[in-house]
Design a protein around this ligand. Structure first.
Ligand code: FES
Length: 187
């Protein structure tokens, strides 16, 4: 049985894989509904939202003001996972979500990860899989830069994320950055 996290190519629709699952309540963001606790397939890692904002301030140095970037943290936001739409049934989503391909649903954490055998139900390009927010999210972040070594969206540390073909992909929601310039190049 192949572990989904160890694949070097996309999972095949109809095949069975070992998938990380989390017990918790799932929140369907676009519809503001929630479903009762159950085991849901999740994308890792777990993370907090609202943990980070990158800001700039003026600093007096060598007889002139220069702009510098600094980071502020809010550690009160709850940790959560997102559903892995490759292994979640269509009934999980509203018609709106399916139509708009907005798969960005949240699972609160009520325990540890369990590995379950699950069938891959649909193909999902990596970018769609992780961003899951739809077009507006991509447009809002295009051209933004990595700051303090962190993703400009929710501040995930990108220092140890491997570079592939000159691109760093944020593991949380899939924004892609040019490794040289740090600019978001997600299309
Ligand atoms: S934290 Fe959301 S894309 Fe990086």
């Amino acid at each position: 049985m192949q572990n989904i996290e160890e694949l070097d190519s996309p999972p095949v629709v109809g095949e069975t894989y070992l998938v990380p699952c989390m017990f918790g309540r799932i929140y369907l963001l676009s519809s503001a509904q929630s479903k009762p606790p159950d085991w849901w397939p999740v994308l890792r890692p777990s993370h907090q939202d609202s943990i980070y904002t990158a800001q700039t301030r003026s600093k007096w140095k060598d007889g002139e003001f220069t702009e510098e970037t600094y980071c502020e943290y809010d550690s009160k936001a709850p940790h959560h996972y997102h559903v892995d739409p490759r292994f979640a049934s269509a009934e999980l989503y509203t018609a709106w979500e399916v139509e708009n391909k907005d798969w960005h649903n949240v699972i609160d954490i009520q325990g540890d990860i369990r590995w379950s055998e699950m069938v891959c139900l649909r193909e999902m390009p990596t970018q769609r899989l992780f961003t899951g927010f739809g077009r507006q999210f991509v447009d809002d972040h295009k051209g933004k830069k990595i700051k303090c070594g962190r993703c400009p969206h929710r501040g995930v540390l990108l220092n140890s994320v491997p570079v592939h073909d000159g691109i760093i992909t944020c593991p949380n929601h899939g924004l892609r950055f040019d490794a040289e310039s740090g600019v978001c190049v997600t299309e």
